[in-house]
Design a protein around this ligand. Structure first.
Ligand SMILES: [Fe+2]
Length: 379
C-alpha cells in the first residue's frame, strides 16, 4: 500500500495573485503576518503581493535569512502572539517559507521547537499559511516539512506534518523572474534532485513516479531558458510547475543519499542548499545507478537521452553525464572545496548524514564509509 497526500490548493498563472484576498477571507483570517526578508522587500516583490490586499490588516516581519534558525522563529512567534495574528503569508524561497512553518507551529504550541523534530510531534493545530514562492526549486510552497537550524548544535533538523503544508500556494511566474542566476541555478538543480531522488526512493509509488518524471522532463527543457537575460514566460512557468510537481513526489516518497549528505554542508558551512545539492547530485546518481537499471532507463527517457543500442550500464552512465552537463552548462559549482568545506569536518558530516531519514529510503543500502567516500570524491 502507499499514501499520497497533497493538502495544499495551488493557484497558478500570471494573474493568480488577484485572488489572494479572496483566499485570505475564505480562511477567516483578520490579522496577517507577512513573513519575508529585506532583499525581497527592496526588490519590490513584497509590495507586488501586498498591493492585492486592500482590506486585510498586515504586519510585516522582514527578518528572514537563509537557513532559518530556532532564534529567528522565536522572534517571529513573539510578534504573532503580541499582535494576535491568525494567518501567515510566506513570501520567498524555501528558507522564508520554512521559517513561517516553524512560526505557525510555535504560535500554537509551547515548544521548544527542537522538541518537535520528526513526524507529527506537536499537539496543537498550527496557524494557516499561504505561500508565495520567489524561487522555483525547494517546493516548500506545498510540502509538509520544515528544515530548521539549531545553531547550538550546528545541526539542521526536520519537522514533518501535513498540518504545516501551506493552505494555498500562489505560483505567479513574475515572482520568480527577477531572482539572480546564483539563486535560479541551485534552485533548479534542487528541483531536479527532488524529482530524481524521490523517483529512485524505496517509497516511490506510481503517483509519485509520474510527478517525478514529468518534473525531470520540465527541468531539462526549461532550466537553461530561465537563465537568459530576459527569460521567457513559458520557461519560468514550467520551472515553477517542475519545482511544485517534484515536491508532490518527494513530499510523499522522501529523497535519498544526496539530500542526506547535503544537510550537514548547510548546517556547518552555510553552503546554500541548492549549491550543496548541485555538487552532490551526480555523485549520488553514480552511487545508485547499478541497483535500479530499470529506473535509470526511465530517467534517461525523461531527460530525452538517446538510449538506442546502449546497455543498461551505459544508460546509467549517460544519465549521470547528462546531469553533470546540465550543472556545468548552468555554471553551478562542482567541488566541495570551492564552497569552503574542510576535510577535517568529514567525520561529523558523515555522522550527521547517517541520522537523516532519507538514508533508509535510498535504493542502495548506505554505510557510513560510502558517504565518506562520496565526500572525498566530491572534494
Ligand atoms: Fe532539496
Amino acid at each position: 500500500m502507499f499514501i499520497f497526500q497533497m493538502p495544499s490548493k495551488i493557484m497558478a498563472g500570471d494573474t493568480c495573485l488577484n485572488r489572494l484576498e479572496e483566499e485570505i477571507q475564505k480562511l477567516g483570517a483578520e490579522k496577517v503576518l507577512v513573513v519575508t526578508d529585506r532583499n525581497l522587500e527592496k526588490a519590490g516583490l513584497v509590495k507586488k503581493v501586498t498591493d492585492n490586499l486592500g482590506q486585510t490588516e498586515l504586519i510585516l516581519f522582514n527578518e528572514c535569512s537563509p537557513d532559518p534558525s530556532t532564534e529567528l522563529i522565536q522572534r517571529g512567534t513573539e510578534v504573532i502572539r503580541k499582535r494576535g495574528v491568525n494567518l501567515l503569508i510566506a513570501i520567498g524561497g524555501g528558507s522564508n517559507i520554512d521559517a513561517a512553518k516553524g512560526m505557525s507551529i510555535m504560535a500554537a504550541n509551547k515548544g521548544p521547537l527542537t522538541q518537535y523534530e520528526g513526524p507529527e510531534k506537536f499537539p496543537n493545530e498550527p496557524l494557516p499559511i499561504i505561500s508565495v514562492p520567489t524561487t522555483a526549486g525547494t517546493g516548500s510552497e506545498i510540502t509538509f516539512f520544515a528544515v530548521i537550524t539549531d545553531l547550538e548544535r550546528d545541526y539542521k533538523f526536520l519537522i514533518w506534518s501535513p498540518r504545516i503544508a501551506p493552505k494555498v500556494a500562489f505560483l505567479d511566474p513574475s515572482m520568480v523572474a527577477t531572482a539572480p542566476r546564483t539563486v535560479k541555478i541551485p534552485a533548479g538543480m534542487d528541483a531536479l534532485a527532488h524529482a530524481v531522488e524521490s523517483y529512485l526512493s524505496k517509497m516511490a509509488s506510481p503517483l509519485t513516479e509520474i510527478c517525478a518524471l514529468k518534473a525531470i522532463n520540465l527541468v531539462f527543457r526549461n532550466l537553461r531558458g530561465v537563465l537568459e537575460d530576459k527569460p521567457n514566460l513559458d520557461c519560468l512557468k514550467n520551472m515553477q510547475y517542475a519545482a511544485t510537481i517534484a515536491a508532490m513526489s518527494f513530499a510523499n516518497a522522501k529523497l535519498g543519499i544526496v539530500h542526506a549528505m547535503a544537510l550537514p554542508l548547510s548546517a556547518m558551512y552555510h553552503v546554500p542548499h541548492g549549491v550543496a545539492i548541485s555538487i552532490l547530485l551526480p555523485h549520488g546518481l553514480e552511487f545508485n545507478r547499478l541497483v535500479r537499471p530499470d529506473k535509470f532507463i526511465q530517467l534517461a527517457q525523461a531527460m530525452k537521452i538517446e538510449t538506442q543500442g546502449l546497455s543498461a550500464k551505459e544508460v546509467g552512465k549517460s544519465v549521470v553525464e547528462a546531469v553533470k552537463k546540465l550543472s556545468r552548462d548552468t555554471g553551478a559549482p562542482d567541488r566541495l572545496r570551492e564552497v569552503g568545506v574542510k576535510k577535517e569536518s568529514f567525520e561529523k558530516m558523515v555522522q550527521d548524514s547517517m541520522k537523516s531519514g532519507h538514508v533508509q529510503v535510498n535504493p542502495r543500502k548506505i554505510e557510513a564509509q560510502d558517504i565518506f567516500n562520496i565526500y572525498q570524491a566530491a572534494y
